[in-house]
Design a protein around this ligand. Structure first.
Ligand code: SDX
Length: 430
C-alpha cells in the first residue's frame, strides 16, 4: 500500500519525491530504492536501526506497547490457549487450523521425526564435548545432502515438505547432540507422543530403564516454544531471508540462521544469562555487577536485558517469569537460588536510572534458562531449545520470501572509508 510521497531536497537543490508505504498496522516506510539512481547517495543505517527490509504478514511487534502478534493473534492468548504445533500451523499457513487440519498436520510432523540413519554417523565424528549449537548447524546444513530430490524452491510441495522436515527433525537432531555430550546412546523418536513429550524422552530416556515424562515439563517446553516461535526481522530470521534470497536450498538457509542465533547478543543470551548468574553468585554481588554493566569502559552487559525493539517490557519475559514460578513449584523446588537471584537482579536493575533511562528490561532470554535448568537441560543446550522454537518462524519467513513474485537477492551497499585508489609498490621498494 502506498500513501502520499515524502519530499527530499538534496544539498545541490535537487528535489525528489519518495513514496511512503503503509502496512496494516505500525510505522510507515519511506521507499528509498530510487535514492541512489536519482541523487547518487545511499541511505546509511548500521545495524538497521530504522530500516524495513521487506513486507511481511507473519508477525507484528509494537516495541513501545509490548505487543507481539502472530498472524494477528496476541502471543498472550496463544500462550494461554494454543499449542506449539497449532502455532506452527498458524505461522506457516496464516490461519488457525480446523480440528481436521490440526490432526493431519500433527500426524504429518510425526511422520518426519526420524533422521536418515546416515546422519547419525555425523555424531560419531564430533568431539564428545562439541557445543550442541555447532552440531545443530552442521547436521541441519547436511540435510541438503540428503533431501536434494525435494529442494526445488519454486515447487510448493517441496516448500511444504521442507517445512515439515525442519519442524519434525530439529528435536531429534538436538537430542542426538545432547546424547553425544553425555555419552549416552541415541534415543529414537516415539510417534505416539506429543511434540514436547517426544523431545523429553529423546533427551532423557535411557535403554536401561523406563522414563516417565513429566507433564509439567512438557507443558513448560510447549509454552517456551510458542514464545520463541517468531519475532519478525530479528538477526537470525533476517539471516535466513538474506541467505535464501540467493536461491540456495532452504536447509542451508536455516543452517545460516542457526549460526546467527548462536551469538550472545541474540539467542546465545539465554546461555549467557545462566553463566552471568553463576558469576554473580549471590544477591550481595548484584550492585557490583549492575555498576559493571553501567561502566562504558567495562564490556560486561547484563545478559537477558535490553532489546532492539522492546523499549518497554518484553511480553514473553512476563509470561516466562510466571511459568518459572509454576515449574519450580510443581517440581517441589523450594531451593531456587538462581531464580531468586534473577528476581532480585531484575528488581535492582529496574530501580536503577541507567536501565530505566535506556529502557533496558528483561527480554525473552532472561528467565527461559531458569526453566530449562529446572527441567534438567544443561546450559549448553539452551540456545538449541531456542532454535527448536524459532525453526518454524525461520521456515515461515523463508517461504514468504521465496514466494514473493517481486523478490530479489538481498545485496546492501556500504559507506566506503578505506584508501582511495593507489598503485602497487614492488616489494623491493617497500
Ligand atoms: C534476542 O531482535 C529480536 O527480536 C531478538 C529476540 C528474538 O526473539 O529474536 O528478541 C531474541 O536476541 C533478545 C536479546 C538477547 N540479548 C541479550 O540479552 C544481550 C544483552 N543485550 C544487549 O546486548 C542489547 O540490549 C541488545 C543486543 C539486545 C540490543 O542492542 P541494541 O538495540 O543495538 O542496543 P544498544 O546495544 O545500542 O544499547 C543501547 C544502549 C547502549 O548504551 P549507549 O551506547 O546508548 O550509552 O543501552 C546499553 C548500551 O550500552 N545497553 C546495555 C545493555 N543493553 C544495552 N547496557 C547494559 N546491559 C545491557 N544488557
Amino acid at each position: 500500500m502506498s500513501k502520499d510521497a515524502f519530499r527530499l531536497t538534496s544539498p545541490s537543490g535537487t528535489e525528489i519525491e519518495l513514496q511512503v508505504h503503509s502496512g496494516s498496522v505500525g510505522p510507515d516506510g519511506i521507499d528509498v530504492s530510487k535514492l541512489y539512481k536519482e541523487l547518487g547517495v545511499f541511505t546509511y543505517d548500521p545495524g538497521f536501526m530504522a530500516t524495513g527490509s521487506c513486507e511481511s504478514d507473519i508477525t507484528f511487534i509494537d516495541g513501545e506497547k509490548g505487543i507481539l502478534l502472530y498472524r494477528g493473534y496476541p502471543v498472550e492468548q496463544l500462550a494461554a490457549n494454543s499449542s506449539f504445533i497449532e502455532v506452527s500451523y498458524l505461522l506457516l499457513y496464516a490461519e488457525l487450523p480446523t480440528p481436521v487440519e490440526l490432526e493431519q498436520f500433527r500426524n504429518t510432523i510425526r511422520r518426519h521425526t526420524m533422521l536418515n540413519e546416515g546422519m547419525l554417523n555425523f555424531f560419531k565424528g564430533f568431539r564428545y564435548d562439541a557445543h550442541p549449537m555447532a552440531m545443530l548447524a552442521a547436521v541441519v546444513g547436511s540435510m541438503s545432502a540428503y533431501y536434494h530430490d525435494t529442494m526445488d524452491v519454486n515447487d510448493p510441495a517441496h516448500r511444504d515438505i521442507f517445512a515439515h522436515r525442519i519442524l519434525a527433525k530439529l528435536p531429534t537432531i538436538a537430542a542426538a547432540a545432547y546424547k553425544l555430550n553425555c555419552g549416552q546412546p541415541f534415543i529414537y523418536p516415539r510417534n505416539e507422543l506429543s511434540y514436547c513429550e517426544n523431545l523429553l524422552q529423546m533427551l532423557f530416556a535411557v535403554p536401561a530403564e523406563p522414563y516417565d515424562i513429566d507433564p509439567i515439563a512438557a507443558e513448560a517446553l510447549d509454552l517456551l516454544f510458542i514464545l520463541h516461535a517468531d519475532h519478525e526481522q530479528n538477526c537470525s530470521t533476517s539471516t535466513v531471508r538474506m541467505a535464501g534470497s540467493s536461491g540456495t536450498n532452504p536447509y542451508s538457509a536455516i543452517a545460516a540462521g542457526i549460526s546467527a542465533l548462536w551469538g550472545p547478543a541474540h539467542g546465545g543470551a539465554n546461555e549467557a544469562v545462566l553463566n552471568m548468574l553463576k558469576e554473580i553468585g549471590d544477591a550481595s554481588q548484584i550492585s557490583k555487577y549492575v555498576d559493571k554493566a553501567k561502566d562504558k569502559n567495562d564490556p560486561f552487559r547484563l545478559m537477558g536485558f535490553g532489546h532492539r525493539v522492546y523499549k518497554n517490557f518484553d511480553p514473553r519475559a512476563t509470561i516466562i517469569r510466571e511459568m518459572c514460578h509454576k515449574v519450580l513449584k510443581s517440581l517441589d523446588r523450594t531451593d531456587t537460588p538462581m531464580f531468586d537471584l534473577a528476581l532480585k537482579l531484575e528488581e535492582v536493575a529496574l530501580k536503577d536510572d541507567y536501565f530505566v533511562e535506556k529502557n533496558l528490561y528483561p527480554n525473552v532470554d532472561f528467565y527461559s534458562g531458569i526453566i530449562y535448568r529446572a527441567l534438567g537441560i544443561p546450559t549448553s543446550m539452551f540456545t538449541v531449545m531456542f532454535a527448536i522454537g524459532r525453526s518454524v518462524g525461520w521456515t515461515a519467513h523463508w517461504r514468504e520470501m521465496i514466494s514473493d513474485p517481486n523478490g530479489r537477492i538481498s545485496r546492501p551497499r556500504q559507506l566506503y572509508t578505506g584508501p582511495s585508489q593507489r598503485d602497487y609498490i614492488a616489494i623491493d621498494k617497500r
